[in-house]
Design a binder for this molecule. Structure first.
Ligand SMILES: Nc1ncnc2c1ncn2[C@@H]1O[C@H](COP(=O)(O)OP(=O)(O)OP(=O)(O)O)[C@@H](O)[C@H]1O
Length: 323
Protein backbone atom coordinates (compact mmCIF):
# COMPACT_ATOMS: atom_id res chain seq x y z
CA UNK A 1 0.00 0.00 0.00
CA UNK A 2 1.35 3.40 -0.95
CA UNK A 3 1.81 5.79 1.93
CA UNK A 4 -0.17 8.68 0.50
CA UNK A 5 -0.88 11.23 3.21
CA UNK A 6 -4.07 12.35 1.48
CA UNK A 7 -5.40 8.85 1.28
CA UNK A 8 -8.53 8.28 3.37
CA UNK A 9 -7.65 5.36 5.57
CA UNK A 10 -11.08 5.32 7.21
CA UNK A 11 -14.25 6.23 5.33
CA UNK A 12 -17.68 6.18 6.92
CA UNK A 13 -20.84 7.02 4.96
CA UNK A 14 -24.44 6.99 6.20
CA UNK A 15 -23.43 4.51 8.93
CA UNK A 16 -26.19 3.04 11.12
CA UNK A 17 -26.20 0.56 13.96
CA UNK A 18 -29.37 -0.94 15.39
CA UNK A 19 -29.33 -3.23 18.44
CA UNK A 20 -31.45 -6.32 18.98
CA UNK A 21 -34.39 -4.54 20.61
CA UNK A 22 -34.61 -2.16 17.65
CA UNK A 23 -32.70 0.69 19.34
CA UNK A 24 -30.83 2.81 16.77
CA UNK A 25 -27.55 3.74 18.46
CA UNK A 26 -25.85 5.17 15.34
CA UNK A 27 -28.18 7.11 13.07
CA UNK A 28 -26.48 7.76 9.76
CA UNK A 29 -23.04 9.31 10.29
CA UNK A 30 -20.34 10.38 7.83
CA UNK A 31 -16.68 11.10 8.40
CA UNK A 32 -13.28 10.20 7.03
CA UNK A 33 -9.78 10.00 8.47
CA UNK A 34 -6.65 10.60 6.42
CA UNK A 35 -3.45 8.60 6.72
CA UNK A 36 -1.35 9.79 9.65
CA UNK A 37 -4.17 11.73 11.31
CA UNK A 38 -5.38 11.46 14.89
CA UNK A 39 -9.17 11.65 14.80
CA UNK A 40 -11.17 11.87 18.05
CA UNK A 41 -14.79 10.86 18.53
CA UNK A 42 -16.24 12.82 21.43
CA UNK A 43 -19.72 12.68 22.83
CA UNK A 44 -22.06 12.60 25.74
CA UNK A 45 -22.62 9.26 27.52
CA UNK A 46 -24.40 6.82 25.25
CA UNK A 47 -23.82 9.03 22.19
CA UNK A 48 -22.79 6.01 20.11
CA UNK A 49 -18.98 6.29 20.10
CA UNK A 50 -18.23 2.70 21.09
CA UNK A 51 -21.01 1.42 18.83
CA UNK A 52 -19.32 3.26 15.95
CA UNK A 53 -15.78 2.13 16.76
CA UNK A 54 -16.90 -1.49 16.96
CA UNK A 55 -18.24 -1.20 13.40
CA UNK A 56 -14.91 0.23 12.25
CA UNK A 57 -13.13 -2.67 13.94
CA UNK A 58 -15.34 -5.14 12.08
CA UNK A 59 -16.83 -6.56 15.28
CA UNK A 60 -20.38 -6.18 13.96
CA UNK A 61 -22.12 -5.52 10.64
CA UNK A 62 -23.75 -2.11 10.12
CA UNK A 63 -27.54 -1.88 9.84
CA UNK A 64 -27.00 0.59 7.01
CA UNK A 65 -24.35 2.70 5.31
CA UNK A 66 -20.77 1.83 4.56
CA UNK A 67 -17.42 1.54 6.35
CA UNK A 68 -14.07 1.20 4.66
CA UNK A 69 -10.81 0.74 6.52
CA UNK A 70 -7.69 0.70 4.33
CA UNK A 71 -10.06 0.32 1.39
CA UNK A 72 -11.76 -2.83 2.73
CA UNK A 73 -15.00 -3.66 4.49
CA UNK A 74 -13.72 -4.52 7.98
CA UNK A 75 -16.61 -6.95 8.65
CA UNK A 76 -16.75 -8.99 5.45
CA UNK A 77 -13.05 -8.63 4.62
CA UNK A 78 -11.71 -9.06 8.12
CA UNK A 79 -8.71 -11.12 6.99
CA UNK A 80 -7.40 -8.19 4.92
CA UNK A 81 -7.99 -5.51 7.55
CA UNK A 82 -7.26 -7.14 10.91
CA UNK A 83 -3.49 -7.71 10.49
CA UNK A 84 -3.00 -4.02 9.65
CA UNK A 85 -5.01 -2.61 12.56
CA UNK A 86 -4.51 -2.46 16.32
CA UNK A 87 -7.47 -2.44 18.65
CA UNK A 88 -7.62 -1.29 22.26
CA UNK A 89 -11.03 -2.15 23.62
CA UNK A 90 -12.62 -0.57 26.69
CA UNK A 91 -12.34 -3.86 28.62
CA UNK A 92 -9.34 -6.03 27.77
CA UNK A 93 -10.62 -9.05 29.71
CA UNK A 94 -7.30 -10.93 30.04
CA UNK A 95 -6.86 -14.08 32.12
CA UNK A 96 -5.92 -12.52 35.45
CA UNK A 97 -3.61 -15.36 36.55
CA UNK A 98 -1.12 -14.78 33.71
CA UNK A 99 1.75 -12.37 34.14
CA UNK A 100 2.10 -9.27 31.99
CA UNK A 101 4.84 -10.89 29.89
CA UNK A 102 2.84 -14.12 29.49
CA UNK A 103 -0.21 -12.15 28.39
CA UNK A 104 1.84 -10.25 25.82
CA UNK A 105 3.42 -13.50 24.59
CA UNK A 106 0.04 -15.22 24.30
CA UNK A 107 -1.33 -12.25 22.38
CA UNK A 108 1.74 -12.08 20.15
CA UNK A 109 0.93 -15.66 19.10
CA UNK A 110 -2.26 -14.35 17.49
CA UNK A 111 -0.53 -11.53 15.61
CA UNK A 112 1.44 -12.10 12.43
CA UNK A 113 4.89 -10.48 12.53
CA UNK A 114 4.49 -9.42 16.16
CA UNK A 115 7.10 -7.12 17.67
CA UNK A 116 9.05 -8.47 20.66
CA UNK A 117 6.91 -8.28 23.85
CA UNK A 118 9.64 -6.43 25.70
CA UNK A 119 9.62 -3.68 23.11
CA UNK A 120 5.89 -2.95 23.42
CA UNK A 121 5.96 -3.22 27.23
CA UNK A 122 8.78 -0.65 27.23
CA UNK A 123 6.76 1.64 24.96
CA UNK A 124 3.96 1.84 27.52
CA UNK A 125 6.24 1.90 30.58
CA UNK A 126 5.37 -1.59 31.85
CA UNK A 127 8.78 -3.34 31.53
CA UNK A 128 9.24 -3.43 35.29
CA UNK A 129 5.88 -5.19 35.64
CA UNK A 130 6.67 -8.01 33.18
CA UNK A 131 6.65 -10.66 35.93
CA UNK A 132 3.56 -9.33 37.75
CA UNK A 133 0.20 -11.11 37.44
CA UNK A 134 -2.46 -9.16 35.56
CA UNK A 135 -4.78 -9.32 38.58
CA UNK A 136 -2.20 -7.37 40.60
CA UNK A 137 -2.06 -4.46 38.17
CA UNK A 138 -3.82 -1.20 38.93
CA UNK A 139 -6.62 -0.06 36.62
CA UNK A 140 -4.26 2.37 34.90
CA UNK A 141 -1.59 -0.29 34.40
CA UNK A 142 -4.19 -2.57 32.80
CA UNK A 143 -5.05 0.19 30.36
CA UNK A 144 -1.36 0.42 29.46
CA UNK A 145 -1.26 -3.34 28.93
CA UNK A 146 -4.32 -3.00 26.65
CA UNK A 147 -2.40 -0.40 24.67
CA UNK A 148 0.78 -2.52 24.52
CA UNK A 149 -1.19 -5.42 23.03
CA UNK A 150 -2.79 -3.14 20.44
CA UNK A 151 0.73 -2.14 19.36
CA UNK A 152 2.13 -5.68 19.02
CA UNK A 153 1.42 -5.92 15.29
CA UNK A 154 2.92 -2.47 14.57
CA UNK A 155 -0.44 -1.40 13.10
CA UNK A 156 -1.06 1.15 10.34
CA UNK A 157 -4.38 2.04 11.96
CA UNK A 158 -4.93 2.11 15.70
CA UNK A 159 -8.35 2.18 17.36
CA UNK A 160 -8.27 3.41 20.95
CA UNK A 161 -11.51 3.32 22.92
CA UNK A 162 -11.08 5.66 25.90
CA UNK A 163 -7.33 4.96 26.15
CA UNK A 164 -6.69 7.06 29.25
CA UNK A 165 -9.73 6.30 31.37
CA UNK A 166 -8.46 5.30 34.80
CA UNK A 167 -4.96 6.72 34.25
CA UNK A 168 -3.53 9.34 36.59
CA UNK A 169 -2.33 12.67 35.18
CA UNK A 170 1.19 11.35 34.52
CA UNK A 171 -0.07 8.19 32.82
CA UNK A 172 -2.36 10.29 30.67
CA UNK A 173 0.53 12.55 29.62
CA UNK A 174 2.69 9.50 28.82
CA UNK A 175 -0.08 8.06 26.65
CA UNK A 176 -0.52 11.37 24.84
CA UNK A 177 3.21 11.43 24.14
CA UNK A 178 3.12 7.89 22.85
CA UNK A 179 0.12 8.58 20.59
CA UNK A 180 1.88 11.72 19.32
CA UNK A 181 5.01 9.69 18.55
CA UNK A 182 2.95 7.02 16.75
CA UNK A 183 1.27 9.71 14.68
CA UNK A 184 4.67 11.21 13.84
CA UNK A 185 5.69 7.75 12.68
CA UNK A 186 2.73 7.69 10.27
CA UNK A 187 0.19 5.65 12.27
CA UNK A 188 -3.44 6.67 11.78
CA UNK A 189 -5.26 6.82 15.11
CA UNK A 190 -8.97 6.91 15.84
CA UNK A 191 -9.78 7.41 19.49
CA UNK A 192 -12.81 7.96 21.64
CA UNK A 193 -12.49 10.01 24.77
CA UNK A 194 -14.42 11.77 27.49
CA UNK A 195 -11.54 14.14 28.13
CA UNK A 196 -11.87 17.28 26.06
CA UNK A 197 -8.33 18.26 26.98
CA UNK A 198 -7.18 14.98 25.43
CA UNK A 199 -8.94 15.75 22.15
CA UNK A 200 -7.64 19.33 22.22
CA UNK A 201 -4.09 18.06 22.72
CA UNK A 202 -4.04 15.10 20.41
CA UNK A 203 -6.63 15.33 17.68
CA UNK A 204 -5.95 16.76 14.23
CA UNK A 205 -9.70 16.58 13.67
CA UNK A 206 -12.65 15.49 15.77
CA UNK A 207 -16.35 14.78 15.65
CA UNK A 208 -18.77 15.41 18.50
CA UNK A 209 -21.52 12.78 18.64
CA UNK A 210 -24.87 13.19 20.34
CA UNK A 211 -27.64 10.60 20.36
CA UNK A 212 -26.26 8.64 17.44
CA UNK A 213 -25.53 11.62 15.20
CA UNK A 214 -22.54 13.85 14.55
CA UNK A 215 -23.40 17.29 15.89
CA UNK A 216 -20.13 19.02 14.90
CA UNK A 217 -16.92 18.10 13.15
CA UNK A 218 -13.67 19.86 12.22
CA UNK A 219 -10.29 20.68 13.74
CA UNK A 220 -10.38 21.51 17.48
CA UNK A 221 -9.88 25.19 16.57
CA UNK A 222 -12.71 25.14 14.04
CA UNK A 223 -15.14 23.48 16.42
CA UNK A 224 -14.12 25.85 19.21
CA UNK A 225 -14.68 28.84 16.94
CA UNK A 226 -18.37 27.87 16.69
CA UNK A 227 -18.90 29.08 20.27
CA UNK A 228 -18.88 32.77 21.21
CA UNK A 229 -15.77 34.26 22.80
CA UNK A 230 -15.96 36.07 26.14
CA UNK A 231 -14.85 39.46 27.40
CA UNK A 232 -15.02 40.16 31.14
CA UNK A 233 -14.03 43.34 32.98
CA UNK A 234 -14.92 45.59 35.92
CA UNK A 235 -16.34 49.00 35.19
CA UNK A 236 -14.62 51.77 37.17
CA UNK A 237 -16.59 53.73 39.78
CA UNK A 238 -18.86 56.30 38.20
CA UNK A 239 -19.41 54.33 34.97
CA UNK A 240 -22.42 52.22 34.03
CA UNK A 241 -23.12 49.75 31.22
CA UNK A 242 -25.22 52.42 29.54
CA UNK A 243 -22.04 54.51 29.16
CA UNK A 244 -20.47 51.86 26.89
CA UNK A 245 -20.92 52.15 23.12
CA UNK A 246 -24.06 50.29 21.88
CA UNK A 247 -23.04 46.66 22.47
CA UNK A 248 -24.91 45.26 19.45
CA UNK A 249 -22.82 47.57 17.24
CA UNK A 250 -19.67 46.00 18.70
CA UNK A 251 -20.91 42.54 17.70
CA UNK A 252 -21.82 41.57 21.27
CA UNK A 253 -24.60 38.96 21.29
CA UNK A 254 -25.17 38.72 25.06
CA UNK A 255 -24.17 40.64 28.15
CA UNK A 256 -24.65 40.26 31.88
CA UNK A 257 -23.85 42.67 34.69
CA UNK A 258 -23.07 41.53 38.22
CA UNK A 259 -22.23 44.51 40.46
CA UNK A 260 -19.37 46.20 38.61
CA UNK A 261 -18.46 43.04 36.64
CA UNK A 262 -19.58 43.01 33.01
CA UNK A 263 -19.51 39.81 30.91
CA UNK A 264 -19.89 39.98 27.14
CA UNK A 265 -20.24 37.16 24.62
CA UNK A 266 -19.38 37.75 20.98
CA UNK A 267 -18.60 35.90 17.77
CA UNK A 268 -16.59 38.93 16.61
CA UNK A 269 -13.90 39.06 19.26
CA UNK A 270 -11.56 41.50 17.53
CA UNK A 271 -14.34 43.98 16.72
CA UNK A 272 -15.83 43.85 20.22
CA UNK A 273 -12.48 44.08 22.03
CA UNK A 274 -11.24 46.93 19.81
CA UNK A 275 -14.49 48.91 20.23
CA UNK A 276 -14.37 48.48 23.97
CA UNK A 277 -10.71 49.48 24.32
CA UNK A 278 -11.08 52.48 22.02
CA UNK A 279 -14.03 53.62 24.13
CA UNK A 280 -12.08 53.10 27.40
CA UNK A 281 -9.11 55.04 26.03
CA UNK A 282 -11.35 57.94 24.93
CA UNK A 283 -13.24 57.99 28.21
CA UNK A 284 -10.07 57.67 30.30
CA UNK A 285 -11.68 54.65 31.99
CA UNK A 286 -9.52 51.81 33.31
CA UNK A 287 -11.15 48.41 32.72
CA UNK A 288 -9.96 46.39 35.71
CA UNK A 289 -9.50 42.59 35.58
CA UNK A 290 -9.93 42.67 31.82
CA UNK A 291 -10.05 39.11 30.45
CA UNK A 292 -10.51 38.39 26.74
CA UNK A 293 -10.66 34.77 25.62
CA UNK A 294 -11.84 32.43 22.88
CA UNK A 295 -14.15 29.58 23.88
CA UNK A 296 -12.51 26.35 25.02
CA UNK A 297 -13.36 23.03 23.43
CA UNK A 298 -15.24 22.26 26.65
CA UNK A 299 -17.49 25.29 26.17
CA UNK A 300 -18.04 24.36 22.54
CA UNK A 301 -18.87 20.79 23.56
CA UNK A 302 -21.35 21.88 26.22
CA UNK A 303 -22.92 24.40 23.81
CA UNK A 304 -23.29 21.78 21.09
CA UNK A 305 -24.70 19.17 23.49
CA UNK A 306 -27.21 21.76 24.79
CA UNK A 307 -28.26 22.77 21.25
CA UNK A 308 -28.56 19.14 20.23
CA UNK A 309 -30.76 18.35 23.26
CA UNK A 310 -32.96 21.31 22.39
CA UNK A 311 -33.33 19.86 18.88
CA UNK A 312 -31.53 22.68 17.13
CA UNK A 313 -28.94 20.39 15.56
CA UNK A 314 -29.20 17.03 13.86
CA UNK A 315 -28.12 15.49 10.63
CA UNK A 316 -29.37 18.39 8.56
CA UNK A 317 -27.85 20.95 10.88
CA UNK A 318 -24.51 19.25 11.52
CA UNK A 319 -21.87 21.89 12.00
CA UNK A 320 -19.10 21.04 9.61
CA UNK A 321 -15.87 22.95 9.27
CA UNK A 322 -13.68 22.60 6.24
CA UNK A 323 -10.43 20.80 6.99
N1 LIG B 1 -25.71 -4.39 23.19
C1 LIG B 1 -26.56 -3.37 23.24
N2 LIG B 1 -27.89 -3.54 23.17
C2 LIG B 1 -28.75 -2.50 23.20
N3 LIG B 1 -28.36 -1.20 23.33
C3 LIG B 1 -27.05 -0.98 23.43
C4 LIG B 1 -26.07 -2.03 23.39
N4 LIG B 1 -24.84 -1.47 23.50
C5 LIG B 1 -25.03 -0.13 23.60
N5 LIG B 1 -26.34 0.16 23.57
C6 LIG B 1 -26.96 1.51 23.63
O1 LIG B 1 -26.51 2.24 22.51
C7 LIG B 1 -26.27 3.61 22.87
C8 LIG B 1 -24.85 3.98 22.49
O2 LIG B 1 -23.95 3.26 23.31
P1 LIG B 1 -22.37 3.40 23.15
O3 LIG B 1 -21.74 2.49 24.16
O4 LIG B 1 -22.02 3.25 21.74
O5 LIG B 1 -22.17 4.93 23.56
P2 LIG B 1 -20.83 5.72 23.95
O6 LIG B 1 -20.91 7.00 23.23
O7 LIG B 1 -19.65 4.85 23.70
O8 LIG B 1 -21.09 5.94 25.48
P3 LIG B 1 -20.07 6.09 26.72
O9 LIG B 1 -19.40 7.40 26.54
O10 LIG B 1 -21.00 6.11 27.88
O11 LIG B 1 -19.12 4.92 26.70
C9 LIG B 1 -26.56 3.71 24.37
O12 LIG B 1 -27.87 4.21 24.54
C10 LIG B 1 -26.47 2.27 24.84
O13 LIG B 1 -27.33 2.05 25.95
Amino acid sequence: MEANEHEHVIEVTGLRRVYGGGFEAVRGIDFSVRRGEVFALLGTNGAGKTSTVELLEGLAAPAGGRVRVLGHDPYTDRAAVRPRTGVMLQEGGFPSELTVAETARMWAGCVSGARPEREVLALVGLESKAGVRVKQLSGGQRRRLDLALALLGDPEVLFLDEPTTGLDAEGRRDTWELVGALRDGGTTVLLTTHYLEEAENLADRLAIMHEGRIAATGTPAEVTASEPSRITFELPEGYFVGDLPPLAELGVSEHTVDGRTVRLRTRELQRAATGLLVWAQGAGAELRRLDVRSASLEEAFLGIAKDASAGTTGTAATKEYAA
